[in-house]
Design a protein. Structure first.
Length: 219
């Protein structure tokens, strides 16, 4: 995953969960700050920006000093950019593909609170949500490509192609592909997180047994 902070265009769904839309680079003329709150949205207009078309939002025009102070204090800011037509594009400055906490929790529940790569449970390990196919390799940034992984497995997998990772770990790649396939009917064995986790545990046991055998032979 690239380390640099870049801007991503977001689209807000009904649930108010931002969805990643596109990478718009790391340099950008920011028109302002968008505060999305309880019942109304507020725009804090950058002192250098001008609203081209009036919008139905509350607009605050801070001084340059206030503006830099606001930016400094925003730890999770949503910027916006006005294009030629005066349309507002919401932008987020964040790590590419960062998955929101609410979605992570949803994925943990879907995956039975198990690391699907080593089969260990929440409580034994600390869980994360990983992109099965890395974004860099064309993976989607949605639930069909999210998978629960413990920190260790997530780190070990890194940005490798999942097929390569599975082969390396003795895991059955096709089980994961089936599990994440939204077109397969729910309720089939392939869709059971417990089944995947069991298969993963078996793979680990097999790998460890092989290692031991090799050690014995080496002696
Ligand atoms: Zn794991």
């Amino acid at each position: 995953m690239s380390k640099g902070k870049r801007f991503y265009q977001l689209r807000y769904l009904d649930t108010n969960q931002p969805m990643y839309l596109e990478d718009v680079g790391n340099t950008l003329k920011i028109s302002g700050l968008l505060l999305q709150g309880m019942s109304s949205d507020v725009i804090i207009l950058a002192p250098t920006a001008e609203m081209i078309n009036p919008v139905t939002m509350n607009i605050i025009e801070p001084t340059l000093e206030e503006w830099s102070e606001i930016l400094r204090q925003s730890d999770d800011p949503q910027y916006f950019e006005l294009d030629e037509t005066g349309t507002i594009k919401a932008l987020h400055r964040k790590q590419r593909g960062a998955i929101s906490g609410a979605i992570q929790q949803k994925m943990w529940m879907r995956d039975g609170l198990l690391c699907l790569f080593c089969g260990r449970e929440m409580g034994d390990v600390s869980l994360t949500v990983d992109h099965f196919m890395p974004l860099e390799l064309g993976g989607e940034n949605d639930e069909t490509n999210y998978i629960t992984a413990c920190r260790k497995c997530n780190k070990r997998k890194g940005n490798r192609h999942p097929e390569e990772y599975c082969e390396d770990q003795g895991l059955k790649y096709h089980l994961y592909v089936d599990y994440l396939n939204p077109n397969l009917p729910l309720g089939t064995v392939a869709h059971s997180p417990a089944f995947i986790a069991d298969a993963a545990k078996d793979a680990k046991r097999w790998k460890n047994a092989q290692k031991k055998t090799h050690k014995t032979l080496d002696k």
